[in-house]
Design a protein around this ligand. Structure first.
Ligand SMILES: [Zn+2]
Length: 334
């Protein structure tokens, strides 16, 4: 079978390797779709994390083709989404021993409802595969505590930030401002519920927020009426921007991956009692997301901006690295 491996910085190869066989508690899945993640791009830029080949791919869905006798609740023929963080013994992608950019994937200690989620009805495989990045966006929204009637800013509307916009809207939060450099990404954020779009390189964020979220004052200092900020961009200036703009008891959630330390001016933050926290993965959200996608697959179809067959993997990977790209999906022998 074919499988994608990383060997060093920029050195990604589609290898011919042996098809895996399941142990007693394992299953083998024929992959139908696997999304390209920002993590994959970072891993390729930095080089291999394991000795030798590092398998890539962790946003996947497929069909179980073989199940060991001790696999829990899983049988051949089931259509499943793979939770690569489901407390499993093999980390999938992300530097683990298996990767889902492969014709077949071994999932060790398989358990339905934990590391494998059965797909509802006719949920298309590519949309099911998007449950992983959408779960990351939903967890960031949950961590923000945003409620209907509140006003929220999302910095960076690539796949994670776009997911945050989409779930905010889904939860009844209507007053969403999306900030990005890319007009293509902003247009998609509008499609999924952002009411106001801010071009980070052109528009004045502060003036925009005063206009659409209102002016408030903390100890006489002007600030924006925004309740919560989600930083899915990871630009170094964002934290200080939010500290400057935030009103009393505003919240900032950071799902973005920062590679360098960022200074925080606690003196400027003092009067605002701003809460800052991070968010990672989808500790409770994965199954919920798959169920929600199954209720209305068409609504989520535009979340995927590009689709490539597996035999054009390198093109797909190049596309995912473009600034305007949303979620790039690799599809297997459709
Ligand atoms: Zn991912």
């Amino acid at each position: 079978m074919k499988a994608v491996n990383l060997y060093g910085p920029g050195d990604v190869r589609v290898d011919d390797i042996e098809t895996p066989a399941p142990g007693a508690a394992d299953v083998v899945i024929r992959i139908a779709a696997c999304g390209i993640c920002g993590t994959d791009l970072t891993m390729v830029r930095d080089g291999s994390r394991r000795d030798g080949a590092t398998p890539l791919g962790h946003e996947a869905a497929g069909v179980v083709v073989e199940a060991g006798p001790a696999a829990k609740g899983v049988r051949a023929g089931q259509r499943v989404a793979i939770n690569p963080m489901g407390e499993i013994t093999n980390v999938i992608g992300n530097g683990g021993t298996e990767g889902a950019f492969a014709d077949y994937l071994l999932v060790r200690d398989a358990e339905l409802g934990r590391n494998l989620i059965e797909l509802p009805g006719n949920l298309p495989m590519s949309i099911a595969a998007a449950a992983e990045p959408l779960g990351v966006g939903l967890h960031a929204v949950n961590r923000s505590g945003a409620k209907p009637g509140e006003k929220v800013v999302v910095f960076g509307v690539g796949p994670i930030g776009l997911g945050a916009v989409l779930w905010l809207k889904d939860k009844g939060v209507d007053d969403i401002v999306a900030v990005d450099l890319s007009p293509e990404r902003l247009a998609l954020a509008e499609r999924y519920g952002a009411k106001t779009l801010v071009r980070a390189d052109k528009d004045d964020l502060a003036e925009t927020l005063y206009a659409v979220h209102g002016r408030e004052y903390v100890l006489g200092a002007l600030c924006a009426g925004t309740d919560a900020y989600i930083d899915a961009a990871g630009a170094a200036s964002i934290v200080s921007t939010v500290i400057g703009l935030s009103k009393l008891h505003a919240r900032l959630v950071v799902p973005a991956v920062y590679r360098e330390p960022v200074p925080i001016h606690f003196g400027q933050m003092l009067s605002k009692e701003l809460s800052i926290t991070t968010s990672i993965g989808y500790p409770d959200e994965f199954g919920w997301v798959v169920a929600r996608l199954g209720q209305d697959p068409d609504h989520f179809a535009d979340y995927i901006t590009h689709r490539f067959p597996f035999n054009r993997f390198h093109e797909a990977f190049t596309q995912a690295g473009q600034r305007e790209a949303g979620k790039v999906m690799v599809e297997f022998d459709a």
